[in-house]
Design a protein around this ligand. Structure first.
Ligand SMILES: Cc1ncc(COP(=O)(O)O)c(C=O)c1O
Length: 302
């Protein structure tokens, strides 16, 4: 992401989603704004709002889909049409989907970013990023920036990621299967208020998810009924198979509390506007036995 932002110059503007991974928001607003880049955060569910936000200095759209942690899905092809009409770059953070579930370049994106730390490497033992482009000029420019300014992967990280990728398709199928079973389990639970998972027919972006994704992935978020921060944390602490951790996309199931962890650097009012309330719990569903995971949740939710 650091390399992608260095394609731009002071005064250039980036339009991004108002429901963005906290670390991306932090990089944009706390680092790159100091170098003169400008960021506008809009609700990307409405393509007309995105088009209306484009100004003379807009040079890029930075899209995340599905979003972390609210699981919103944005229409990549529709945004690509807007970006192309205005001659601006479309970059997509494809971390939650992985290339197995979603391939934004085929829908018109110019740059795809994966946190390879997650599904690509798949075993929570690497921190690595990856960019994918289908344009030689952009490739050369990004490779130049990468070489000139430092984010060069180490050989061990590269080895672990290449080894992980060999099982990506098998892992993703199991992540999706387990994700579906857990989403359905939580959805019918009397103590659960709301479950965010794009595979539900009633999810606000289900039709788009069905159109652009092969399946719905292993990430989901939920809010227990009448819960506050303390209750949500108490549930997470009772889990025995799900480990409390920030990361995601590994073979082991993880549970997180976005408001105090991944999204803590987003001001409370901004974060709550997009649904990241204090009671929200995020799950990265791993590839363990689904019934064991459900039993663990049943024990913790009580
Ligand atoms: C959607 C998304 N993009 C990017 C990142 C950054 O990943 P890394 O841990 O490789 O810096 C994360 C990490 O949680 C993420 O969830």
């Amino acid at each position: 992401m650091d390399a992608v932002m260095k394609l731009l110059k002071p005064g250039d503007e980036v339009i991004s989603t108002n429901d963005l991974y906290g670390g991306s928001y932090r990089l944009f607003t706390k680092i790159f704004e100091d170098f003169g880049l400008r960021f506008r955060f809009v609700d990307m569910n409405n393509v007309d709002d995105v088009a209306a936000a484009i100004g003379p200095n807009t040079k890029m759209m930075w899209v995340e889909t599905p979003t972390n942690p609210m699981m919103n899905v944005v229409d990549i092809a529709a945004l690509s049409a807007v970006a192309k009409a205005q001659n601006i770059l479309l970059a997509v953070d494809n971390t939650f989907a992985s290339p197995y579930l979603q391939q934004p370049l085929t829908m018109g994106a110019d740059i795809v970013m994966h946190s390879a730390t997650k599904y690509l490497a798949g075993h929570s033992d690497v921190v690595l990023g990856s960019l994918v482009v289908n344009n030689d000029e952009l490739h050369e420019r990004l490779a130049f920036i990468q070489n000139a300014s430092g984010a060069v992967p180490g050989p061990m990280d590269s080895f672990l990621t290449l080894r992980g990728i060999k099982t990506l398709h098998v892992r993703m199928e199991r992540h999706c299967q387990n994700g579906r079973l857990i989403a359905e389990y939580l959805e019918q639970h009397p103590k659960i208020e709301k479950v965010y998972w794009p595979g539900f027919a009633h999810h606000r972006n289900h039709a788009i998810a069905k159109k652009q994704m092969r399946d719905f992935g292993g990430m989901l978020s939920f809010v227990p009924k009448g819960a506050d921060k303390a209750t949500a944390i108490a549930i997470i602490e009772k889990l025995q198979l799900f480990t409390l951790a920030e990361s995601l996309g590994g073979v082991e199931s993880l549970a997180g509390h976005p408001a105090s962890m991944t999204h803590a650097s987003i001001p409370k009012t901004v974060r709550e506007e997009s649904g990241v309330v204090d009671a929200l719990i995020r799950l990265s569903v791993g590839i363990e036995d689904a019934q064991d995971l459900i039993d663990d949740l049943e024990h913790a939710i009580g």
